[in-house]
Design a protein around this ligand. Sequence first.
Ligand code: NAP
Length: 253
Amino acid sequence: MTPRRVLVLGGTAEARELADALAAEPDVVVTTSLAGRTRDPRLPAGDVRTGGFGGVDGLAAALSEVDLLVDATHPFAARMTGHAAAAAARVGTPWVVLRRPGWAEGPDDDWRRVPTTGAAATAVVGFRRVFLAIGRQGVGEFLDVDAWFLVRAIEAPDALPTRSELLLARGPFALDDERALLRRHRVDVVVAKDSGGATEAKLVAARELGVPVVLVDRPPLPEGVRVVDDVAGALAVVREQPSPPHGWGPYSS
Ligand code: NAP
């Protein structure tokens, strides 16, 4: 049987799990694409390519070589997902988005949902000590806010608010440490992105300490795209794909 060639756009734990599962499937050849931002990434099974495609044109060219695209990028990687939509439409490659569900507010949470990081900067006006836990991108939106910031990111942002402390660290973080961090810095509001997945310790710590959270919503998905919310769902989509006609696959003669 001619193998189905699957391209997984990665950068998440789910993408890695999916690639590991697909590599064990009969008649599937999987390639994971990584943006190349992480210095020492945990690599999935199967083939791996690294670096941008060079926009929609480059991705469309890559898609002409595969039978299915799974966009398993982070929910906030909106540019890549936009390119996937445009390139898949152009080439006619079937595609699906694997996106973990967002977080749901519990009765003891005080969450203020906002649509963008810009709106989050407005929402923190009036607070004095802000824990900015949105990564390095988007920090620039907060430069004019009159407050003290604890900025946590894996790599340093291009610019920091005047009154701030930078904490370079990579999660996941333990609840005890998050609780201690909020207390030590007398944080009175947390800003986070609705990344979803297992509820993060910072949100639990904020709940326990009665600290409000400004939560940035995910950017919207392209209209009409098929979405699955876990690895099993993505695996099912791959399995329902028909094998390409004889002569298309990389192993055919
Ligand atoms: P983005 O803004 O949506 O994409 C910017 C550009 O990076 C894309 O146009 C593309 O370049 C390249 N790119 C992104 N993902 C790629 C992939 N999987 N393979 C090849 N090229 C990719 O993305 P981002 O928010 O900077 O995120 C970059 C990567 O980090 C993604 O893989 C994402 O899953 C992961 N990540 C993001 C976040 C977040 O909060 N945004 C959090 C955790 C992990 P070309 O136009 O040249 O193709």
